[in-house]
Design a protein around this ligand. Structure first.
Ligand code: FMN
Length: 193
């Protein structure tokens, strides 16, 4: 089983990065093959709404998103990790998500499977926010669940931590990293049903 982690934070060693790394360790402990993509290291142009994908079923912009499309096709499990920025996912994550408009077109305009084959996929969402307010994660959850639904990725759950702001502070949380490790194990175990 292949597990793809997609990190949306610009902070290396930041809170969502630490959680994502634990999820991946948990998946490895169950024999999964893992790969993590750091969006901040990539060049992903925001969607230009050129509508070329409506005919081609793929995006014509030749940048690092082409690699991300290939990795999504290869993955059995997808873990999206993004901190909350201005109540949503980061710009890095949103640019990647918007470029999945090409996969929306493939599915809804051309009636083809968005990720190209009939593999059963599941997706997990990881997020952290600095504040402690009601509905902190709601807008991001709507965005991420919409992406998963459009890509035919079954929603496998989420790990959400509010009130965590300083870089690396999640490591001081009593059991967040442990929860992440166990979530990584569970994400892969479910495939054996
Ligand atoms: C541009 C920016 C916007 C932010 N907006 C929010 C916000 O709307 N709500 C919130 O609770 N925290 C907000 N934060 C704080 C981050 O969510 C918090 O520091 C988080 O721990 C960062 O996770 P990371 O280390 O994985 O990047 C913001 C941080 C930045 C840099």
């Amino acid at each position: 089983m292949k597990v793809l982690g997609i990190a949306g934070s610009p902070r290396r060693g930041g809170n969502t990065n630490l959680l994502l790394a634990e999820v991946m360790k948990g998946a490895v402990s169950r024999g999964a093959e893992v790969k993590t993509i750091i969006l901040n290291d990539l060049k992903i142009t925001p969607c230009q709404h050129c509508d070329a994908c409506l005919e081609a079923g793929k995006c014509k912009i030749e940048d690092d998103m082409q690699m991300v499309y290939r990795e999504l096709e290869e993955a059995d499990r997808i873990v999206l990790a993004s901190p909350i920025q201005f109540m949503g996912v980061t710009a890095q994550m949103k640019a990647m998500i918007d470029r999945c408009q090409a996969l929306w077109a493939k599915k809804y305009v051309l009636n083809m499977p968005p990720l190209g084959n009939k593999r059963e996929r599941k997706g997990l969402f990881i997020s952290v926010g600095g504040r402690k307010i009601t509905n902190l994660f709601e807008p991001a959850l709507v965005t991420v669940k919409t992406l998963f639904r459009i890509l035919d990725i079954a929603y496998a759950g989420e790990l959400l931590f509010s009130g965590v702001d300083e870089k690396g502070a999640i490591a001081k949380h009593p059991d967040a990293l442990r929860q992440a490790y166990l979530a990584g194990q569970k994400l892969t175990e479910e495939n054996r049903e």
